[in-house]
Design a protein around this ligand. Structure first.
Ligand SMILES: Nc1ncnc2c1ncn2[C@@H]1O[C@H](COP(=O)(O)OP(=O)(O)O)[C@@H](O)[C@H]1O
Ligand SMILES: [Mg+2]
Length: 243
């Protein structure tokens, strides 16, 4: 579903990605881990078309999409839940999801949400554990609820590939458990790429793990292979698990 070859990206003198190659199968759940500054978000920004690579290629479902823009990739079934916040604060939870549903259907119609769209939005809210919060403005939701809403917004486009950048960032242990369970309950046909620092979540969720360090892939394998990798333990796992 995703095939990345020899990806490079630099910012001035800083090399963020230095020859990254990885392939993610359809329906696979792939975690991307590594220390801060490893290049994880840069990789996601290239995969979603927000950044162009300075070298290398990206294929999506067999098609070369290198340098394609975000809306073109969204049209091909790619969605993303951001590390930063992307909600419309004054709008209700239902309106945020309905907007994402409408974005797929055509231009937004002012003057209220049509009934069928409101129903579809409420179904998505229920799926992410926000049943009953439909009329609550996004700004009045807790941090954990906002992340749940962001997941509903991402799912509203019915993606084939979903990228999650640190879905548990800033969450309490209870909120983390809840969103991890939600992600685990997503359809197995959905291809999932997750950048995540919580290793319990990573090892529970991932079919395979790619480890980035200083812009390079230093390991790529099953959770058991990555856990047993000496270099990975030296540069990353040894530190985060000891924390
Ligand atoms: N827009 C940018 N401008 C300059 N440097 C950047 C930019 N984005 C990322 N970098 C640099 O690229 C490297 C990788 O960053 P990033 O992809 O955010 O890593 P991660 O998400 O793994 O923490 C870092 O050294 C970071 O400072
Ligand atoms: Mg990051």
């Amino acid at each position: 579903m995703i095939d990345v070859r020899d990806l490079h990206r630099s910012f001035g003198g800083v090399t963020a990605l230095d020859g990254v190659t990885l392939a993610v199968a359809e329906g696979e759940r792939r975690a991307i881990i590594g220390p801060n500054g490893a290049g994880k978000t840069t990789l996601f920004n290239i995969l979603t078309g927000e950044l162009a690579p300075t070298g290398g290629t990206v294929r999506l479902a067999g098609e070369d999409v290198t340098g394609r823009r975000t809306f073109e990739l969204a049209r091909r079934g790619l969605a993303r839940m951001y590390q930063r916040n992307e909600l419309f604060d004054p709008l209700t939870a239902r309106e945020n999801v309905a907007l994402a549903l409408t974005a797929k259907a055509g231009p937004y119609r002012f003057g209220g949400i049509p009934a069928d769209e409101a129903r579809a939005a409420d179904e998505l809210l229920e799926r992410v554990g926000l049943a009953g919060a439909g009329a609550t403005p996004a700004r009045a939701l807790s941090h954990g609820q906002r992340r749940q809403l962001e997941l509903a917004v991402a799912l509203a486009t019915a993606p084939r590939v979903l990228l999650l950048d640190e879905p548990t960032a800033g969450m309490s242990p209870a909120e983390t458990a809840r969103i991890a369970e939600l992600i685990a309950s997503l359809a197995r046909s959905l291809t999932l790429l997750v950048v995540e620092h919580d290793m319990d979540v990573v090892f529970r969720l991932a079919d395979r793990i790619t480890v980035l360090h200083e812009g390079k892939v230093i390991a790529d394998g099953t959770p058991a292979q990555v856990r047993g990798d000496t270099l990975v333990n030296e540069v990353y796992l040894g530190k985060v698990i000891a924390e």
